[in-house]
Ligand binder design. Structure first.
Ligand code: AKB
Length: 316
């Protein structure tokens, strides 16, 4: 049976690129992108777009029934920085629609769900380097708490009802097609925009704070690999660690200077520094490599060159 796909949060950083890739693979006619922006309704470059508020459960159920959806990539979420400003709304948005989708899958209305978790689940008191799959989670942000709880719901619906739900703990994601929004790792995207547009950047994360990061091409490849893996290969049903590459703002600035020698960086950490301090510096993702063949194409050098070249074209 052909997959019929619904993507929530399709206008966000991951959604923008995932929608394009899924349309290439499954055909535009089989991909429904959705988000809060009503002005984009109708046929777009990537396929069909419908306005959908994921907290409106009736609307979610209706769209799934109307289009006979088999698979949902449920990306709608508030990220770490924004969640700290609206904690109760973040909890509601990050969890309730996920549980609603699990209920629909339990009733057999959909066959498969993808849900993004984050390195934010780890939190304080956990070793910084090479953080393993099975460590005790201790998040200190509302975003991290919501992702940790979401992971437990995913595992619960799989164990109890056999719901085929798959998840990745994304590190910071870097891309040039769509801006990041409201995250702690967003500095690693903003720095490239500012480098290309103004030749300088003020980082809200301090110079020696390392965090795990992933180039969007690798993130999309990993997502599709996980979602197309045989059911038996997906042994972890809460969420898979993904490590990508690890670097500090200072190391990233040095990399940018190799292509743009006049680039200047300053550091003015804000409230997001405390969030970054509670997150791992690097991640062990051997389980994903072993279970479903995770691999990466980009490192800090090839990613930086690709970002700069594409942004130069995009921003003129
Ligand atoms: C954020 O910074 O909030 C996200 C994440 C790591 O989940 N990019």
């Amino acid at each position: 049976m052909t997959e019929k796909i619904l993507i929530t949060g399709a206008l966000g950083q991951i959604g923008t690129e995932l929608t394009l890739r899924l349309s290439e693979i499954y055909g535009k006619e089989n991909v429904i992108a959705s988000g809060l922006d009503k002005w984009k309704e109708g046929i777009t470059e990537a396929g069909y777009y419908e306005r959908l508020d994921v907290t409106n459960f009736q609307a979610v159920t209706d769209i799934i029934k109307e289009h006979k959806i088999t698979t949902v990539y449920h990306l709608a979420s508030l990220l770490s920085g924004t969640s700290e400003k609206q904690p109760l709304f973040a909890w509601k948005l990050n969890l309730d629609p996920l549980i609603h989708l699990c209920e629909l899958a339990k009733e057999g209305m959909i066959k498969k769900i993808f849900w993004p978790s984050s390195i934010a689940v780890f939190g304080k008191g956990i070793p910084k380097e090479n953080v393993g799959q099975e460590v005790v989670l201790n998040p200190t942000t509302v975003y991290g708490i919501s992702k940790m709880a979401g992971e437990k719901w995913c595992e619960y619906y799989f164990e109890k009802y056999g719901v085929d739900i798959r998840s990745i703990r994304y590190p910071g994601l870097i891309s040039w097609k769509a801006p990041a929004g409201g995250g702690t790792t967003d500095y690693a995207v903003e720095i490239f925009y500012e480098a290309v547009e103004n030749g300088k950047y003020t980082s809200f994360i301090s110079e020696n704070t390392a965090m795990p990061m992933l180039y969007m091409d690798d993130a999309i490849d990993a997502t599709i690999k996980l979602m197309t893996a045989q059911k038996e290969q997906v042994k972890i049903r809460y969420s898979y660690n993904l490590g990508g590459m690890s670097f500090t703002p200072k190391e990233l600035a040095e990399e940018i200077k190799k292509t743009m020698p006049d680039f200047e960086i300053k550091y003015e950490p804000d409230f997001r520094q405390a969030i970054a301090d509670s997150w791992p510096a690097s991640i062990d993702d051997s389980a994903a490599k072993q279970d479903w063949g995770l691999d990466y194409k980009f490192d800090i050098s090839s990613m930086s060159i690709d970002m700069i070249n594409n942004l130069k074209k995009k921003l003129g």
